[in-house]
Design a protein around this ligand. Sequence first.
Ligand code: HEC
Length: 415
Amino acid sequence: MPYKMPSTVGLLLFVSSVLALPQGEGEALVRESCSTCHRPEILDRAQGYDTIDEWRQLMASMIQLDEPRADIIARYLTQHFKSKPELYPTLISGHIEIEIDEWMVPTLGQRSRDPIEAPDGTIWWTGMWASLAGQLDPATGEFREYPLPPTAKPHSIVPDDAGFIWYLGNGNGTVGRLTPLTGEIREYQTGLADPHTGLFHPNGYFYFTAQRAGAVARLDPTTGDITHMDTRARPYGIKVGANGLIYVAFNGDNAIGEVNPETLEIHYFTIPHEDSRIRRLDVGSDGSIWYVNSARGKIGQLNPVTGKVREWDSPSGPNSHPYAIAVIDDIVWYNESGQRPDALVRFDPESETFQSWAIPSGIGIIRHVWVTEDKALLIHQSSSNHIGRVRLIESEPPHEDTSAQIGAQNELLAR
Ligand code: HEC
């Protein structure tokens, strides 16, 4: 099945409570058309727009509306839900150039998230609310979407070397395995609420967090056996260090856990300030753990040998809610999900400097990122139904003045 025409997720995920929407032509239509997937309160929380076009663009990523319905709603929203400049990120300029490609995924309003690269170079993601896994060939732009069990509501997704795609069935407490060739699905019951993020360890086992259950678990893909260890509150992101130990972020405690892959025993590092909450983390080449302190608008570095922690304020401040993070060649990349547009931030630990960019389709949140074989960063926007890829444009940093340039050239010639 090649490219599919957009269809919409017709799910009533929440019992809509009645928000006091401003009166006006369009109010009833908003209730009718915009409350099936989320409550209309989301309008209050969101960025808002001052033009009909911007509202239409956002709506078109979620639902296909006929005329004059779309026009009436867009006019109503433009009048009552205007932009909030205070949400705009504080962008930091710099000499690094990047290129961002973005694709809108076929099924509208699916809550696209957590893209990964499979060994064959295709990009996969999950459509959590539509309970699907999607595949994109970035070379041709061709999409394919695979239905998963309707209650699975996949959160993250992981490829294995044999060509299977594994997903975390957040909604029905399963881990699932999809065979791309046939679309066949095998479900493993975990007995745990909220299977969240997972990975394959070099030892061949699949490890994952279960946020609501408060557990770290291991699945043996050959036997299907699952064992788990209870943890502190809300284990979230998970990564393997070069030392083979597994690092887990805690979204319900000011802690990072170090898990023994054999016994699942956990050693906890305390992250300063009891309000600290860490969604995700990654590991640097020196073994240090880079993390987002989502609750405090900071990023941090933990030395797992000494337990020492350093933190830096994210450019957009305490409410910027850093979320996803990846370390590429010892440069730290993460996003400020509290801002609209969502900002992508680069942090150079050596110079301790930041540079940041607004995500073009930036209506939504990057919740997880993935580093591809050729060191591109896969991103997504869960509101505006996009997945994307960030590539570095290789270029020399600009020099301040000619004398510095000549100095640098002489230095090069001297090498
Ligand atoms: C088919 C499902 C669906 C429908 C119908 C839908 N949306 Fe959404 N909407 C989403 C998803 C998914 C998100 C992301 C929610 C999240 O990640 O928590 C979202 C988020 C939003 C946001 C927040 C954007 C942000 O800043 O992150 C706004 C505003 C919004 N929707 C407006 C609307 C309006 C207006 C309509 C009606 C025209 C509508 N939605 C109909 C799926 C839908």
